[in-house]
Design a protein around this ligand. Sequence first.
Ligand SMILES: Cc1cc2nc3c(=O)[nH]c(=O)nc-3n(C[C@H](O)[C@H](O)[C@H](O)COP(=O)(O)OP(=O)(O)OC[C@H]3O[C@@H](n4cnc5c(N)ncnc54)[C@H](O)[C@@H]3O)c2cc1C
Length: 544
Amino acid sequence: MESYDAVVIGAGPNGLVAANVLVDAGWSVLVLEAEDEPGGAVRTAEVTAPGFRNDLFSAFYPLAAASSVIAGLGLDRHGLEWAHAPAVVAHPSTEGPTAVLHRTPEDTAASVDVFHAGDGEAWLELYDVWRRVGTPLVEALLAPFPPVRGALKLATAIGGNQLLDFTRFALLPVRRMADEHFGGAGGGLLLAGNALHADLSPEAAPSGMFGWLLAMIGQDIGYPVPVGGAGELTWALVRRFEAEGGTLRCRAPVRRVRVEGRRAVGVEVEGTPIGARRAVLADVDAEVLLRHLVGPDHLDPAVLSRLDHYQRGWATVKVDWALRTPIPWRDPAANLAGTVHLAASMDELTMGVAELAAGRLPTDPFLVLGQMTTADATRSPAGTESAWAYTHVPISVRDEPSGSHTGRPLRDDDVAEVARRMEARIEAFAPGFSDRIIARHVYGPKGMEAADPNLVEGDIGGGTYQLHQQLVFRPTTGLGRPETPVKGLYLSSSSAHPGGGVHGACGSNAARAALLHDRAGRVVAPVGRALGAAKARFAARPAG
Ligand SMILES: Cc1cc2nc3c(=O)[nH]c(=O)nc-3n(C[C@H](O)[C@H](O)[C@H](O)COP(=O)(O)OP(=O)(O)OC[C@H]3O[C@@H](n4cnc5c(N)ncnc54)[C@H](O)[C@@H]3O)c2cc1C
């Protein structure tokens, strides 16, 4: 039987980071990917019109740029090159000014000060907190749980007398954070637009921390994009892995993790067994991995009942456009940013999330929008724009009047209607947008899941980002680390702490856990054998 030290299921960014960490330790590693090409939600293709490179899913990588895990791989030596738009994020209003996140705090402060005198100063105070605690905070968040060393460094940076104040700050809903710091709308919208990349409402903890963190990372290092498309990040990871001796096999869906005596010993691809001598790492949705690839026969009922509480994030509709020209924003300040957030106000964000919670399609969808040619000129012919936007939708729809608790699955006509509302939304901020469309490509939840089985029901984060499924509760209570109830099997997808986003930490944490257990096993096994032999000698000695 074909056999390796480790088999990694799935060639998403987390799987590929895990695979790189393991080959670096000298292990023989096989990565098995279900799709035709590697990358998972980090891929690029021409899906709209010839010459337009569209990122199929993720597009901007502040977390990758901030992650010591990805920086440590030296991907520039494997062809990865980052590009930046002139500004990081813009949040236009329908009539008034645009709040713009720049890579210099003073420029961002000047932008929010336009909304209310003094808000610039307040922005710089928030930046000051980041300057003190940002580095240890990111380090602690990306480390496996519990992040003992990172937490100590963070506590030192915060200072003993400020610990409670910072903890309170970290738990603030983004609406409250905005109210406590700003008199006008601009600063709060910059924070809230970033917070709502996650499935959080402006009234939920820790949406303030989430928005502040993304905004501050963006301000420090930008929202960079790989030159040539998101897929270039994937290919750099693959090139590095193969250069170090690893093997990647595509069109190889793993249907089963082989378990013997409560230990993972390999996998099965279309009926063919492949051995894993030291570990199996799964860049797979947690519920799919445990319920379907491992199966209930190998799990305690308690694990299965906790999985019943595993909550997915909102579903998603994404539209890619090939545009004749850049987007004709009312305020040209929005043309400078690679990422644009569209919502008229904090109240509109709240109402939008309430609609999702009630099972309704969003009336005025909140959009995260990318202007890719603005960020990287290679994405489409000169003078044109390769653009996309996504919005969230409920996993199941409750039509009015309903009263039904469960609702019905999202249909194709719902997806088409949401795409229509998304275009109408952009038109409101950029009159003439629709006339610029050469072609569009629409992904609903079903299409996304068909292209990447981890995007279950269109959930883009590997499970909800809400507080009750974070840290030690991710993906469920009792599974807060990469180890699973099956020995030698490690969860390395974004279902694991610290969750969604391209930072590679879920992959790196799983690989490090596998290496640690392997080393410990190598120390413990000879001691165990020696103890066993001594016991046998003792038992065999003549009585008396
Ligand atoms: C529309 C969208 C926009 C996003 N925008 C951003 C963004 O701008 N910036 C950002 O940082 N993050 C963004 N994200 C989130 C980010 O892309 C994900 O968090 C990240 O890709 C998760 O990486 P992963 O390796 O855990 O899983 P994935 O990227 O989903 O990869 C999992 C891989 O495993 C494979 N696989 C699964 N099961 C099997 C099996 N049984 N056998 C073999 N292979 C299998 C899949 O085919 C897939 O290739 C976005 C996500 C989406 C969907």
